[in-house]
Design a protein around this ligand. Structure first.
Ligand code: BGC
Length: 749
């Protein structure tokens, strides 16, 4: 009896002082629920300690070109987060030791970094990855990147970027998944699952950050950081869905964007940051500002000074201030003056702590200091990077079946990219190194060893006017069976603050192509870029064109395997290739205009793009069979309109429909085919795009075989739309379901 009372007494004292057992506080108890730990820790913190959690500084040598010159600060032990520019875990651990041992409560620091398309093993740029139409590969690629980053001391990546982007003059199109809403949503989910895995606290997972919330891709005329004009309707039907998908997938954090949304900068946009994100979607992680963006509210003409900027960003719902240090400086005063509510401070701190607990940082604050050789460039990651490069390259032209290069003995490999390693990486390369790259010259040498002799000639630089190498290039081409010309943009010509007024390839390279063409040999182009480029003058001069984007460390091998025919191209464009810059913005899912035919189009250039969204060739041919729809209860069947079997199926809004199409490989090679399923709602009160991608699937189809592709249609999810307040609905009436040029109709009753 006595012992029972003693036990209760101790338990009562422990509960009152917030201890679990042995006097250790609840927040230190790994077995306690996260919410209990958050509450316990919050209850012990001073105001100053709380505010420090809401700040992010940098640590190490900042190599991000755009943010160079920021001094590394004398970092306080109680800082919430650091952007980590270390090469290994040593610097992190030293800093973390300071936090754990010198801060009063021993709260670990959260280390973030831009892991955009790989950490040391650099993958193709995200825009290229989207062209693989292989979300599982993207998931595995992100998991591999997380593994390397975590082992180097990174807990959190500022990725994925899911800004729908339709203006290739905007340099940041390379960082996202292209022009389409659904594509961005699907790859967003894949990336979040890849980085975060099933368990955020596992050693090899890191927290994701959806960015740039929201509508940054609407950047006017492709200029970076500038104001945007986005109606509520467009915000909801175009820019928000990928973020919503990422939040549903469990993304721990989001980053607010730099730009101004129709008068209210994203950094101070309470509607998207609080009403939508927290209240409507229920996100319980936190939002970090973009770099120095709180201060930029002054330059944007919203806040008069740093104090007002801090107040506006914080009360709008930005919980963490990236580098500009305004929260530390002003929140105490703002709270004292009643301009910032203490409840909101507690909520913000809880959000940051919640993610730290979920990451397991309190239990595992340090990263194991492993030798570089056991972290970086592991065969499995490098293999994934190569696979991704193979699947993301897009065959745009193949006249006369010049590719694959099967019986060639002499190859002239020409152009500024033929032997460049750095430019294969693209921008945002984290700890990637040019020395890790297999160049195109190296890739071809390995692939064609013993089969073809390769002569490498640069010909000219990416730009400038030095034509002194032209003669050599022409003579190499003349003495070969085929010229492979590697042209395009340099790796750092796209990315942040890399807007260009034209998407052309510099004229010196076009001249080189024309010169090489005069040698009279077949010309194969490998085009590298971080954005869609204007190929309309180049295209007629090339027999074949392979778009390789910035393909990462194994780009050389990937291209070589496609040129030799060991691999069959399967990439398809995730972003329209305009005919010329003057057509921009041009994208597949615009709305209809009131005039058709020749009305309203440019009089001086064609109005169709050079290559459409979804375009990409293969070395084999695929034949699409009839597209058939079946109602869930088997009551109706409606097939492709051209088949004549035109019974339009009637389905209640709550019913389900199965769409099926058979694809036959009628060519001589096995190949992957991606079926893109579109829907069209031809008449509705809120008018809709001409076509909307709603589902895609990629599958291997062996030569001579056929595969049946299926799209399970949920009317509200797949046929429905969203209004300007974010409410989803499905209209009654006719809908068209489309795939591979086939169309079937149904009616929602
Ligand atoms: C970029 C972000 C990036 C951040 C941190 C900013 O300039 O806009 O995308 O995550 O810097 O490097």
């Amino acid at each position: 009896m006595k012992t029972k009372w003693t036990f209760f007494a101790i338990a009562l004292i422990m509960a009152l002082c917030g201890c679990s057992d042995g006097g250790s506080p609840v927040y230190r108890d790994a077995s306690a629920p996260v919410e209990k730990r958050v509450k316990d820790l919050l209850g012990r913190m001073t105001l100053e300690e709380k505010i420090m959690q809401l700040n992010q500084y940098t640590l190490g040598r900042n190599t991000v070109e755009n943010n160079l010159g920021e001094a590394v600060r004398d970092i306080p032990a109680g800082i919430g987060s650091l952007i980590y520019f270390g090469d290994d875990a040593v610097l992190r651990n030293a800093m973390q030791k300071k936090a754990m041992e010198e801060s009063r409560l021993g709260i670990p620091i959260l280390f973030g970094h831009d892991v955009i398309h790989g950490y040391r093993t650099i993958f193709p740029i995200p825009l290229a990855q989207a062209c693989s139409w292989n979300p599982d590969l993207v998931r595995r690629g992100c998991a591999a990147a997380a593994c390397e980053a975590a082992a180097c001391g990174v807990d959190w990546t500022f990725s994925p970027m899911v800004d729908v982007a339709r203006d290739p003059r905007w340099g940041r199109v390379m960082e996202g998944y292209g022009e389409d809403v659904h594509t961005n949503a699907v790859f967003c989910e894949a990336a979040v699952k890849g980085y975060q895995g099933d368990d955020l606290s596992a050693e090899n997972t890191i927290a994701a950050c959806l960015k740039h919330y929201a509508g940054y891709g609407a950047s006017e005329a492709g200029r970076d950081y500038v104001p945007t004009e986005i109606s509520d309707q467009t915000l909801w039907d175009t820019y928000l869905p990928p973020f919503e998908a990422g939040v549903k997938a469990g993304a721990a954090t989001l980053m607010s964007a730099f730009h101004n949304i129709s008068g209210t900068p994203a950094t101070a946009n309470r509607y998207i940051l609080t009403e939508v994100l927290k209240e409507k979607w229920g996100h319980d992680g936190f939002v970090v500002s973009d770099w120095d963006a709180v201060r930029q509210l002054i330059l944007q003409g919203m806040a008069e000074d740093g104090k007002e900027a801090a107040m506006l960003a914080f009360t709008a719902g930005v919980e963490m201030d990236m580098v500009d240090d305004l929260y530390t400086k002003w929140l105490p005063e703002l709270i004292e003056e009643g301009l910032v509510d203490m409840k909101q401070v507690d909520d913000a701190v809880s959000r940051v702590l919640r993610i730290k607990f979920r990451l397991g940082l309190f239990e595992r604050p340090y990263a194991e200091e492993l030798p570089e050789s056991s972290i970086y460039l592991q065969p499995s990651s490098v293999g994934l990077a190569e696979r991704m490069a193979v699947e993301s390259m897009v065959l745009l032209k193949n006249e006369g079946g010049v590719l694959p290069l099967e019986n060639v003995g002499r190859i002239a490999l020409i152009g500024p990219l033929a032997d460049s390693k750095e430019d294969m990486l693209g921008n945002w390369t984290a700890r990637g190194r040019a020395g890790d790259v297999v160049s195109i010259a190296e890739g071809l040498a390995a692939e064609f060893a013993g089969k073809a002799r390769i002569r490498v000639v640069k010909g000219c630089d990416f730009d400038g006017d030095d034509r002194s190498g032209f003669a050599d290039a022409v003579s190499a081409a003349a003495n070969s069976d085929v010229a492979v010309l590697c042209l395009g943009h340099k790796g750092k010509w796209s990315g942040e603050n890399c807007s260009r007024s034209t998407i052309e390839i510099p004229s010196i390279q076009e001249e080189l192509l024309a010169a090489v063409k005069s040698a009279g040999k077949p010309v194969v182009l490998a085009v590298s870029a971080g954005r869609p480029v204007d190929l309309h003058r180049i295209e007629p001069l090339a027999d074949a064109i392979m778009l390789i984007w910035h393909p990462g460390i194994r780009g050389g091998n990937a291209l070589a395997s496609l040129l030799s025919g060991r691999e069959n191209p399967s990439g398809k464009l995730a972003m329209t290739f305009p005919y010329s810059t003057g057509q921009i913005p041009i994208y597949y899912n615009r709305r209809n205009s009131g005039r058709r035919g020749t009305q309203g189009i440019y009089k001086d250039i064609r109005s169709t793009p050079l290559y459409e969204f979804g375009y990409g060739l293969s070395y084999t041919e695929f034949e699409y069979g009839e597209l058939c729809l079946t109602a869930e209860d088997g009551s109706g069947r409606s097939c492709d309109m051209v088949s004549g079997e035109n019974e339009v199926m009637k389905v209640p809004a709550g019913g389900k429909i199965t769409a099926e199409i058979t694809v036959k490989n009628t060519g001589g090679r096995d190949g992957y085919e991606t079926v893109h399923w579109y829907i069209c709602d031809p008449y509705s009160r809120i008018t809709r795009p001409v076509r909307e991608l709603k589902h895609f699937e990629k599958r291997m189809v062996s030569s001579g075989e056929e595969e049946t592709f299926i799209f399970e249609i949920d009317p509200l999810r797949d046929l429905g739309f969203v209004d300007s307040a974010g409410k989803r609905y499905v209209d009654k009436g006719t809908y068209r379901i489309m795939a591979g040029g086939r169309v079937a109709e149904l009616e929602i009753i």
